[in-house]
Design a protein around this ligand. Structure first.
Ligand code: VG1
Ligand code: CO
Length: 549
């Protein structure tokens, strides 16, 4: 069957953000919109004729139709084989696993992650390379360049491929293999963690665990791994059926959006351990009984306890964290005598460090943690890691974290998000801060309680990749204070409405006697200073953040 060439014209809004292209479903439903982007991906690649592509998504609205479009276009462009998850499902870390295991050329993942879904919700698409990780900036830049000059795309006139059951079909000359979305992924996890110890913990009847899949992609993974393979009682996984609109929820595992889990974990009869994951299964939220673990602390705890997991028993080579993530992991790295890298926001910046063996664990303050087992952050992996540690240490989540703080000190940390802010106001705020940077060091600010804080450093974060020397600039405004505290300002690259301003606040406290202070209270002075420096209230018209994590 010969491919059909369809004439098209560029759209001017197809620049990939922190993690692929994310837009409203209604934008993706425009004729040629998805096709233009997919063809622009293929046109940025070379040597894929006859090769394997992995395709899957988080099951959100439009996933099914988009996959059929991509299958036809992959065939028309000359791929030899596509591996697609049954019913179009593949979590982001599972897609990474499948790409690596099958030595695929790359993969296309359909997800807008934690953004809401449904006909009025968001949709997204991203391309991953042969190492299983998100395409680096040089590829996303090439894709974007192609979207601005595209004149045609290639497709086939073929019927939809049935995706309901495993098996192989042909689309033109290309084979489409429908695969079990969970099997390879579950097998990989078994090779990393002490499944017998976790099974003893979960099936012993004493320890209680609640996993909230938030009606997103992790439901099938969590049921298979936690309930079937590890013996947790049926019902351990809640909201386990993936729904196209995530049940109307916001599949972002944080204390604001994971309401049901929070209510469960803070009830009088709360379970011992709670966790949640996001739309596409790459994020994790870790909660103890009446106790939230911040993602930055979680990364540090995993690093400090890594050798308890069989897959990391030989030790870890290094740690990487995104720049706005707290320095809690740095302290562990220092104690272990290993390197700690600071990268821009987004998992694509960890790929080179992982490939080069410079780091084993990576994490972001936005509830993303992962390791060299795949090239994406991995929600269920992080939960298994915690279960492994809990099984081996026999302590509560809270005890483990408090002991960690006592040993390494506590990095009080919070992120304040102002969502859906007027774009011009948000851009103006960042531009003015950027312009003010040279004059900031040495400036003394005073809070209403009379405390003074001196700015020691101020810059716009730029990163030179230690492996390929590529440079990424303008990655966030960093203000460092003389006492080691820090404020970071940046704009989100994943939103679809207006702008989202993220303000990251951090202060170190060595004294265990002061570790019990409530986080927002511990950061109150910094919160005031952030507003003094950036004029957040005046410029955005907001008196408080939309979300505090
Ligand atoms: C956010 C997070 C970032 C994460 C990205 C993708 O980006 O801050 O840490 O890597 O989402 O995660 P931004 O640009 O909105 O701050 V996911 O789970 O949405 O793929
Ligand atoms: Co995600």
């Amino acid at each position: 069957m010969t491919s059909r060439q369809v004439s098209t014209q560029p759209f001017d809004d197809q620049k990939p953000g922190t993690s692929g292209l994310r837009k409203k479903v209604t934008v993706f439903e425009q004729p040629h919109y998805l096709e233009n982007f997919v063809q622009s991906i293929f046109d940025s690649l070379q040597g894929f004729a006859g090769q394997t592509l992995v395709v899957g998504g988080d099951g959100r609205y439009h996933n099914d139709r988009a996959i059929q479009t991509i299958l036809r276009m992959a065939a028309a462009n000359g791929f030899g084989r596509v591996l697609v998850g049954q019913r179009g499902i593949l979590s982001t870390p599972a897609a990474s696993c499948v790409i690596r295991k099958n030595h695929a050329y790359g993969g296309i993942i359909l997800s807008a992650s934690h953004n809401p879904g449904g006909p009025d919700g968001d949709f997204g698409i991203k391309y991953n390379i042969a190492n299983g990780g998100p395409a680096p900036e040089k590829i996303t830049d090439a894709i974007f360049a192609n979207t601005t000059s595209i004149t045609r795309y290639l497709t086939l006139d073929t019927p939809d491929v049935p995706l309901d059951a495993p098996g192989t079909t042909k689309v033109g000359a290309m084979a489409v293999e429908v695969i079990d979305p969970v099997a390879d992924y579950a097998q990989l996890q078994q090779s990393l963690f002490d499944f017998p110890a976790i099974r003893a913990l979960l099936s012993g009847g004493r320890f209680r665990f609640c996993f909230d899949a938030m009606h997103a992609v992790t439901g099938p993974y969590a049921r298979e791994i936690f309930e079937r393979q590890l013996g947790a009682p049926a019902g351990t996984v809640i909201n386990g059926d993936p729904l196209p609109d995530f049940g109307g929820g916001h599949p972002d595992p944080n204390p604001t959006y994971a309401e049901q889990l929070m209510a469960t974990m803070f009830a009088d009869d709360a379970p011992d351990f709670g966790a949640a994951s996001d739309g596409d299964g790459d994020r994790n939220m870790i909660v103890g009984r009446h106790f939230i673990v911040t993602p930055s602390d979680s990364l540090a705890v995993l690093a400090a306890n890594a050798t308890l997991a069989p897959g990391y028993a030989g030790g870890i080579s290094g740690v990487a964290r995104s720049m706005p993530t707290s320095a809690a992991a740095d302290r562990v790295a220092q104690a272990l005598g290993i390197a700690c890298y600071e990268t821009p926001t987004g998992w694509k910046f960890f790929g080179n460090l992982l490939d080069a063996g410079k780091v084993t664990l990576c994490g972001e303050e936005s509830a993303g943690t992962g390791s060299n087992h795949v090239r994406e952050k991995d929600g269920v992996w992080a939960v298994l890691f915690w279960l492994n540690i809990l099984a081996r240490r026999g302590q509560s989540v809270e005890q483990i974290v408090r002991e960690h703080w006592a040993r390494f000190g506590r990095n009080f940390y919070s992120r304040h998000d102002y969502e859906g802010v007027d774009s011009a106001a948000a851009n103006g705020l960042i531009a003015d801060l950027r312009a003010a940077l040279p004059g900031l060091p040495g400036r003394v600010l005073t809070t209403t309680s009379g405390a003074t804080m001196t700015i020691a450093s101020a810059d716009d974060f730029a990163y030179t990749d230690p492996v390929d020397q590529s440079v990424s600039r303008a990655q966030g405004i960093r203000i460092g204070f003389a006492d080691g505290a820090r404020i970071v300002f940046r704009l989100s690259g994943t939103g679809t409405e207006g702008a989202t301003l993220r303000v990251y606040l951090e202060r170190f406290e060595a004294d265990p006697a002061r570790h019990g202070v409530e986080t927002q209270q511990a950061l109150a002075g910094l919160i005031e200073i952030a507003d003094q420096l950036a004029g957040i209230r005046a410029r955005t018209g907001r008196t408080q953040p939309t979300v505090i994590t």
